[in-house]
Design a protein around this ligand. Structure first.
Ligand SMILES: C[S@@+](CC[C@H](N)C(=O)[O-])C[C@H]1O[C@@H](n2cnc3c(N)ncnc32)[C@H](O)[C@@H]1O
Length: 244
């Protein structure tokens, strides 16, 4: 059972009360199918140290293992599991105001991934892939203010920098593409789309839970040039070598 409160001060300052495992599971079960899809995207705007995101990752990794099993076989292929598990990690996003929570969340997700990675891939584990996953987590779990949509400094105060999220996708074999988008523009686009449902057919899966929606995030193509910032393509094990 995870501790739900770290200190009274943090509860008073930031409303920091962590959700217990039982509630996490019950809430995720409301969108069970999506939590069990390797590539469905989840964003938690006040992720804390990742109670929801950790469970989502665990579920996705079970699905990744299943997907990596060839027909008429019982065991997942290590390389295929590696790719599937990278997709699983790369589809999980979080924002939190407090850096200690952000760091704890990244570490927690990394450890969940790495434990499964070692269990499945054994001697075939690869240091570059580990670095790639750390890098993806450093971009996906952001220290920011989910209300102002700005990054925050070490004191939790807004900076001028907008929150930017990356969309990760395999484009060919082992090539992975990273496309960066401003979060505020993504949300503005989503708002427009939701007020005019016919405007565009959505391709990304949308999932909601908790008080705020897990934002439907990224579409296959930038819907508006203004929100799309930049894009990189590299082998998925070397994605950390491109951009910061
Ligand atoms: C109630 S806790 C929930 C943590 C986690 N979602 C859970 O259920 O265990 C709220 C978290 O939101 C963060 N927080 C509060 N205001 C925020 C804001 N404006 N933007 C991002 N995070 C915020 C706090 O730092 C805290 O970690």
């Amino acid at each position: 059972m995870t501790k739900q409160v770290k200190s009274r001060q943090r509860v008073a300052d930031h409303g920091e009360v962590f959700t217990a495992d039982r509630e996490v599971n019950a809430m995720l079960d409301l969108v069970k199918q999506e939590t069990e899809r390797v590539d469905s995207r989840f964003l938690e705007p006040a992720c804390g140290d990742g109670n929801f995101l950790a469970e989502i990752l665990r579920r996705k990794l079970v699905a990744a293992k299943r997907r990596a099993i060839p027909p008429r076989k019982k065991k997942p292929l290590p390389l295929e599991f590696e790719k599937q598990s990278v997709i699983a990690v790369a589809s999980i996003y979080g924002v939190d105001l407090m850096m200690d929570n952000v760091l704890a969340c990244r570490e927690r997700l990394y450890n969940i991934w790495n434990e499964e990675y070692e269990a499945v891939c054994k001697k075939e584990v690869n240091e570059d892939c580990r670095e790639a996953v750390r890098f993806i987590l450093s971009r996906n779990i952001v220290c920011g203010n989910a209300l102002s949509l700005k990054e925050v400094d070490e004191n939790g105060n807004d900076t001028e920098e907008p929150i930017v999220f990356s969309e990760w996708s395999f484009v060919m074999g082992t090539r992975m593409q990273r496309k960066d988008y401003r979060f505020d523009k993504l949300l503005a686009g989503e708002y427009e789309a939701s007020t005019n449902a016919k405007k565009k057919k959505k391709k990304s899966v949308e999932v909601e839970y908790q008080q705020m929606s897990l934002m439907p995030m990224l579409e296959d193509k930038p819907s508006d040039e203004g929100e799309f910032l930049t894009s990189y393509v590299a082998d998925y094990r070397r994605i950390q070598d491109y951009g910061k």
